[in-house]
Design a protein around this ligand. Structure first.
Ligand SMILES: [Fe+2]
Length: 321
């Protein structure tokens, strides 16, 4: 019955999507694969594809078109959670269809779960559904079907994918096994002199403009939640973490990147929903260039096919290594 309902909803989603217009990104100013870079990857927050909103599908579709115009191939595309609004099969299928239309432009695909992907669902069943979605995208990489968290050695760096250990409603629950593993993974990269890109849906308390960027509603809202201080303690034991998160839906601003001393925090705007703040353009994301001597973060308006003008705070960030 559930499958039938999903199939029916999927048809309605496609019909509704065909009736809305999609921005056509400028193909003359594409993302270019810099051959001097060790790795180049695109990061998106919160597509939140919904069976009730064709506009979100259209915004993600525009972003995919921009990826399709890339000169060369990205090493990775990573989605930082809330892939879907309701965690429904039809929503994941729609997302995979759009990503696969341009999957020749990225060598690997990763995603971490957001609260919307897991809330009000049986944990392990939803985990398997989420991993099936990632694997249905060409070159999609997952860990085991036991837990969301896993790592991969990439070109000159380490990717560490986090994910809640329970079906929480808004924050994440990070169990002690995940936290101990995270510490070891960061240490391993640190010993090799590599940056550790740690990907998680929710950010840390009092970083990236919180609580203002969660519209000022309480100190814990918008954050990881109960394990916030333990996670912060792990990052503070190292000096190589770039913590990349979504969840806040806040357009490019001075809040998106924060140098927290021993670690750096990048909070992504949403690629699918409406962005808060002064810079509320659709289909925003970042492109990250890893070099021997620095990491460059460049904010991109995928819907228009251009990088955000460097006069906008947070549009271009250079992190020396
Ligand atoms: Fe979220």
């Amino acid at each position: 019955m559930g499958n039938l309902l999903d199939r029916y909803s999927g048809k309605i989603m496609r019909t509704a999507f065909s009736a809305v217009s999609v921005e056509e990104p400028d193909a003359g100013t594409p993302i270019e694969r810099d051959e001097n870079a060790l790795a180049v990857f695109a990061v998106w927050g919160d597509p939140q594809i919904s069976s009730l909103s064709p506009l979100r599908t259209a915004r993600l579709s525009a972003a995919c078109r921009d990826i399709g115009n890339t000169r060369g191939t990205l090493d990775s595309l990573i989605i930082l959670g809330d892939v879907t609004e309701f965690g429904r099969e039809c929503e994941y299928e729609m997302t995979a269809e759009l990503l696969n239309s341009v999957s020749d432009k990225f060598s690997t695909f990763f995603a971490v779960p957001g609260n919307h992907d897991v809330r009000m669902r049986g944990y392990h069943k939803q985990l398997r559904k989420f991993n099936s979605f990632v694997r249905s995208v060409r070159n999609g990489v997952t860990g085991s079907d036991e837990r969301y968290w896993f790592s991969r050695d990439m070109n000159g760096c380490k990717f560490i994918m986090m994910g809640t250990d329970a079906a929480t409603f808004e924050g994440a629950y990070l169990n002690s096994r995940q936290l101990a593993w995270l510490d070891r993974e960061i240490s391993d990269a640190e010993k090799k002199g590599q940056p550790a890109f740690v990907f998680n849906h929710q950010t840390l308390k009092n970083t990236n403009g919180l609580p203002l960027t969660w519209l000022g509603k309480g100190n814990w809202r918008g954050t990881v939640g109960w394990q916030n201080d333990k996670l912060l303690g792990i990052f503070e034991r190292h000096n190589n973490v770039i913590f990349i998160t979504g969840h806040l839906h806040y357009g490019i601003s001075r809040y998106n990147y924060e140098d927290c001393g021993c670690f750096k925090a990048l909070s992504l705007p949403t690629v699918g929903v409406v962005n808060h703040g002064d810079f509320s353009e659709n289909s925003q994301g970042y492109v990250i260039f890893l070099y021997e001597d620095r990491i460059e973060l460049r904010a991109r308006l995928h819907g228009k096919g251009i990088y955000v003008d460097e006069s906008v705070p947070g549009a271009k960030v250079i992190i020396p290594r």
